[in-house]
Every structure is written in C-alpha cells, then in structure tokens.
Ligand binder design. Structure first.
Ligand SMILES: [Fe+2]
Length: 261
C-alpha cells in the first residue's frame, strides 16, 4: 500500500491543482485544544485560506501528549472542539461559503508501549486505521522503530508526522527501513520552501517515499496554511502529474474516513 514508486512525469512546471484536489493531512485547525487555533473564528479563517489554496480535504490533528493528558480527557475536549467547529462550518456553508471537508485525527506524541495501547484506536483518523505519530526529536532507538513496526503488524497504518523535522538526526538507512516496513511518511509544506531542505524533500517525493503532505498550520499569523506553496514547488520541479498522483493516493486513503465538518 505504501510504495516507493518513482514520481515524475516530464510535465515539470505545468499546473495540476486548481480546484479542491489537495489533501492536507496535518493541521491544528480545531479551536481551543492545543497550541493551534485560538478561536472558532480563527479556525474558519484557516479553513477559508486552505480552500482558497485548493485544499478540498483537511484532517484536524490536535496534539495528543500522553505525559500531559489522558486519552479520555483528550477525547472529551476534542469532541467539544469538533462540536463548536462543525456548527460554525454548517452555518457558513448554509450561506454559500466554500469550506474543505474536515476529517478528525490526532498528532500522537510517541510513547514507549504505543503499539500495546488501547488508546490508539480512538486516535486514528476517524473511520480508518491511519495513525499520525510525532516521533522523538533525537536519533531514534531500536525501541522507537520497533514500536512503529509493531503498530503496522497490528493492522494500524502508522504515518510519521513531518519526517523533515527529524531527518537530520537519523541513520542514513532509516528511511529505507521504514518504507520496507510499510511505515508511511508525511512531509510538511515548509520542507519545500526552505533552501536547506527543499532538495531533499523533492528527492523523497521523486523517489516515491512520501505518502502525505501537511501544512501543519497552527494559526493565521505565524504558521498559516501553506500547502499550495509546497505544491507549486513540487510541480515546478517534478511535474503536475506527480502532485496529481500523490494527492489521488492520499485522497484514496481517506475514502473510508468520516467527514466531521
Ligand atoms: Fe503538528
């Protein structure tokens, strides 16, 4: 299911995404739950901004830190945030506003024992077994890697959140090991926008090592939705067909997911 298919098509520089084809797998658009959106109003602004960039599907992935909260409290707070956002989105749509479909997940901070935890069932993207995991910001141990592999063996689909934020710490062969084990990789849009990381990020896309992109947007000031900028950079270097394929694959993974707003 997760692949190392070479992605490039000779249509470099052409434009593919102009409507609602983009899938943003990583965002902090739910209000009042983490260090993301501060209000329902800001969440709506983030959604409008995403839609204007061509995002048709966006997954809300609030931080879940097992050392700071327990799953029951987190899920309760998340439900309240969803309720508030869904009501506001319904109101805006009734007025004719275009807003991306919102899906629900979490950005789960890695913990030892994650593969044995019953909590992960409720932290997957709702309706799927896709689990977005934020790994330690240091060189990963065999235990860390083993937990991801165990999650996969148990039928979950672990997705390493923003791999671009850890790759400098890791052994050179780690990416191959992850892909061989069926672990999926998500890159943040910012990886394609910085001189120091752009080349490596494009190389990973070209090698078929990336399954999902995310804006990891937190607000409308310092960490705004920015997926289209990354997509433009990919289209320019690797061709529009590359984005088309990446987004079609990502959308397919969300086929069974529940739209919550
Ligand atoms: Fe995040």
């Amino acid at each position: 299911m997760f692949f190392t298919r070479k992605r490039t098509d000779g249509r470099e520089g052409q434009k593919f995404c102009d409507a609602t084809d983009l899938v943003d797998l990583h965002s902090h658009i739910l209000p009042h739950i983490d260090d993301g959106s501060d209000s329902v109003g800001e969440s709506l602004e983030m959604l409008r901004c995403s839609y204007a960039q061509g995002v048709g599907k966006i997954v809300a992935t609030p931080h879940f830190y097992p050392n700071m909260t327990n799953p029951v409290d987190f899920l309760e707070r998340r439900s309240r945030a969803v309720e508030a956002l869904a009501a506001a989105v319904a109101e805006r749509r009734a007025l004719g506003e275009k807003i991306p479909n919102v899906y629900l997940g979490a950005e789960v901070a890695y913990f030892d024992g994650i593969s044995r935890s019953a909590a992960v069932f409720d932290l997957c993207i709702q309706g799927t077994k896709l689990l977005l995991v934020e790994m330690p910001f240091e060189r990963w141990s065999e235990t860390n890697i083993g937990e991801l592999i165990s999650l996969k063996a148990k039928g979950f689909q672990p997705i390493v959140a923003h791999y671009d934020r850890y790759w400098s710490y890791q052994e050179k062969d780690l990416l191959d090991r992850l892909l061989e084990s069926g672990i999926a990789i998500q890159l943040n849009a910012e990886a394609f926008l910085r001189f120091g990381t752009k080349r490596q990020a494009l190389g990973m896309i070209s090698a078929g090592a990336v399954s999902f992109l995310g804006s990891d947007c937190h607000n409308m000031t310092t960490r705004m939705p920015n997926l289209s900028s990354a997509v433009n950079a990919i289209e320019k270097s690797l061709g529009c067909g590359c984005v088309e394929e990446l987004m079609a694959d990502a959308a397919k993974e969300l086929d069974a997911a529940e739209v919550i707003a």
